[in-house]
Design a protein around this ligand. Structure first.
Ligand code: ADP
Ligand code: MG
Length: 725
């Protein structure tokens, strides 16, 4: 069987593991070597152009100088060609959640038959990839299908090296000819622009007139699986769906907890080092690597950056990992739930706000003034999450993530906030507006008291909360491992912008009316906390009690994605995103359509793949085994031996096969049925009818795996894929 061949190949192949030697080139030399970053720009651009470009990058100033694009393009091209690039591409992030690109060469033929290389400002700034096949959710019909890419100077261009040449990659937005966002980057940039002025209003109240811009910062921790490529090729479900649709529970799973933070296998370390080398060259500040809880599961985490760059870098990280793994005979699985019964993969979106001078606004300070400012920003976030939990929920909705959220795994589908004992104590006192001593002793009064030292997140402590305060940032843990973090951060930035706006408006009015700022804060925050505290939960998010308690508090608990999609086009959503000019009603509707459609397609592919595997792999193996058993029973009976036990075995096998075949037929007709109505109606149908049939069929298929003779079973098993390294 393909399965036996896979094991044989793995056992006899040796891989070259010492490809990366950091002795030759140090990390410091490598970092950013393939990026057209500030140093390179400074060295190659005329001074005024460099200054104007930096002003745009750092402060978001409009690019007004018409010569700028040409000058930058020319310098970029020279730099790229020196690095061996032959082509350039605009890289964009369509609503599929992946990245897309179309390459053009620098080649420009001369009339005499020779050629020169060319790259103009126009080509840098705007591209017309057409790209009419990407989902647009009705934002453009095919006859007006042109989509444009536009240069995002705030995310630096870079060189992507492959063994077959290099390409200059230019990060871009992707919009329709009427300016509607067809991508993930455009709304993200808009949401950052929405938050900055509101945060600056608060800073101004605190007397900070220097800050020119507030950015949101993100550090995404990325979980993933690495398994041997030979197993992958023997599993059509992994190839086409990214997850196993069948697979019996192995005798050993993650129960021994012998994998978490354990030593990393040689081949995996070599692969990680190679990935990191690539990422360093691309200027991605990767910091941490370790084993995760499930067998063959790992995590990589970078140092945080502004949310636009962090989003681009996370897309690039996933890309580099996928490509590099292959070199080591591995496959990087980024699906949220590649294997049932063991942990799935997520992405922890660590989020904060920072001034252009680098002051982290969610860092509790050492003096009363800083503490008061911290409390205002922190309460703004709490209010935002309490007001818009549905919007956060829907940013992490997908067929894949449904196996995590709302299943028996971290975190639950209920959006709640973890504050920790100390901060909770502070908030309680603030809410009660009483000045009793804190747990640390002393008194708490806004703008007068020093906060108790808030402990930094101690790793595992509160892993069950989807949104946890971890010392100087919030960690949104419900994001799926395969997601673009663009969506979640668009929502975070916008809902917090709304909260800051609300708070700033009240405080400004009070101060104008003659109240002291501290008094105004002390008067305002308790009310906000009273209204918002329903979303705060410091207990065990996995527990049954929390489900009950959350229902009592009236918190939404949308266990599956389909239930959450309508939140995108709710009145609250349309008002919010419209007010802050992040997404128009039309753009929101497009997203609602696209997410519904994507859900339908993903489930349909999985259902059809299950049917195919059932018919062509599992049933044939089971029938062969049945024939063997039947022949053996007949022969034994003929020899005059009592076969009653074997007969029972044969009967139960035959029965299991029949049931499996019947249900396969059921699933096929359910998946083929086209539900009436729009994309959302179809998604609902898939969720209600097809998904449950898939779950049933899987149970029966896994039952057969536990019955059929091992030498006949064609699919690599869990115990092999997860443990043979
Ligand atoms: P832990 O979560 O284990 O306590 P760290 O606090 O070092 O670990 O950070 C985990 C992730 O959070 C890293 O990717 C880190 O860069 C990111 N992070 C730290 N500070 C911030 C911040 N101010 N804004 C956004 N992300 C941050
Ligand atoms: Mg963490």
């Amino acid at each position: 069987t393909a399965r036996q061949q896979a094991i044989q190949t793995i056992a006899t192949t040796t891989y070259q593991l010492n490809r990366i030697v950091f002795k030759d080139k140090t990390l410091k030399e490598l970092f950013g070597a393939n990026v057209f970053g500030e140093a390179e720009q400074k060295a190659r651009l005329p001074k005024p152009i460099f200054k104007a470009l930096q002003k745009t990058i750092k402060l978001g100033a409009q690019l007004t100088d018409p010569n700028l694009a040409d000058a930058v393009a020319s310098a970029m091209k020279d730099w790229a060609i020196e690095h061996g690039a032959t082509h350039y591409t605009h890289l964009f992030q369509p609503l599929t959640g992946l990245t897309a690109e179309k390459h053009d060469s620098f080649l420009s033929p001369n009339s005499d038959g020779s050629a020169m290389s060319e790259f103009s400002g126009k080509e840098l700034v705007k591209g017309e990839p057409d790209a009419s096949s990407f989902p647009s959710g009705g934002l453009r019909a095919t006859f007006e299908a042109r989509g444009y890419t536009g240069w995002d100077p705030t995310s630096p261009a870079y060189i992507r090296e492959t063994p077959n040449g290099a390409t200059l990659v230019i990060p871009t937005v992707f919009v329709s000819w009427t300016g509607e966002a067809l991508d993930k980057k455009t709304p993200l940039l808009r949401s950052m622009e929405a938050l900055s002025p509101q945060a600056l209003r608060i800073l101004k109240l605190f007397g900070n007139d220097e800050a020119k811009k507030v950015i949101t910062t993100v550090g995404p921790e990325q979980e993933y699986f690495l398994i041997d490529k030979n197993f992958y090729y023997a599993r059509p479900d992994l190839i086409n769906c990214g997850r196993t649709l069948f697979g019996a529970k192995p005798p050993k799973g993650q129960e021994l907890e012998d994998q978490y933070f354990g030593t990393i296998p040689e081949r995996v370390i070599a692969c990680m080092a190679d990935c990191e080398m690539e990422m360093f060259k691309l200027g991605i500040p990767v910091k941490t690597r370790h084993n995760e809880v499930a067998p063959s599961q790992y995590e990589i985490a970078p140092i945080f950056e502004d949310s636009n760059l962090a989003t681009d870098h996370n897309q690039l990280t996933m890309d580099v990992m996928r490509r590099t793994a292959e070199t080591y005979g591995l496959v990087c699985l980024l699906h949220e739930k590649p294997f049932a019964g063991i942990n799935g993969s997520g992405k922890h979106n660590n989020w904060s706000m920072s001034t252009d001078a680098g002051e982290n606004l969610l860092n509790p300070g050492d003096n009363p003034h800083d503490n008061a400012q911290f409390l205002v920003f922190c309460v703004a976030v709490i209010r935002a999450v309490a007001k818009y939990p549905e919007l956060l929920r829907v940013t992490v909705a997908s067929a894949g993530n449904d196996h995590r959220l709302g299943a028996n795994e971290a975190p639950p589908a209920i959006i709640s906030i973890f504050l920790g004992d100390q901060l909770q104590d502070v908030m309680d006192q603030l809410e009660a507006s009483n000045l009793k001593s804190t747990k640390q002793g002393g008194h708490m009064e806004v703008g007068v008291s020093v906060l108790p030292k808030l402990p930094r997140d101690a790793g595992d402590r509160n892993r069950t909360s989807p949104f946890a305060f971890t010392g100087n940032k919030f960690e949104f843990r419900a994001v799926g491992s395969s997601f673009s973090i663009g969506g979640p951060n668009v929502v975070l930035n916008t809902i917090v912008a709304e909260s800051l706006d609300f708070i700033a408006t009240k405080l400004e009015a009070d101060v104008k009316a003659g109240k002291s700022l501290n008094k105004a804060i002390q008067d305002l925050l308790p009310g906000i906390l009273k209204e918002s505290k329903k979303v705060i939960f410091n207990g065990n998010g996995y527990s049954e009690e929390w489900q009950v308690e959350a229902a009592k508090r009236g918190l939404p608990n949308m266990k599956n994605s389909v239930d959450s999609f309508p939140s995108i086009i709710s009145k609250a959503s349309i008002e919010l995103f419209g007010k802050y000019k992040v997404l128009t009603e039309k753009e929101l509707h497009a997203r609602y359509e696209i997410f519904s459609e994507k859900y339908v397609k993903e489930i349909a592919i999985e259902a059809n793949m299950m049917v195919h595997m059932a018919k062509t792999m599992i049933v044939p193996a089971a029938l062969r085994y049945q024939a063997e058993v039947a022949a053996s029973v007949n022969a034994t009976k003929a020899a005059g031996v009592d076969v009653s036990t074997q007969m029972e075995h044969l009967k139960s096998l035959a029965n299991a096969i029949s049931k499996f075949q019947t249900l396969t037929g059921d699933l096929k007709s359910a998946a083929d049925h086209h539900a009436a109505g729009d994309a959302y109606g179809h998604a609902k149908y898939m969720k209600e009818t097809v998904v449950s049939k898939m779950e049933e069929l899987r149970k029966l298929g896994d039952g057969l795996e536990d019955m059929v003779a091992d030498d006949l079973w064609p699919l690599p098993t869990y115990r092999e894929m997860l443990f043979i390294k």
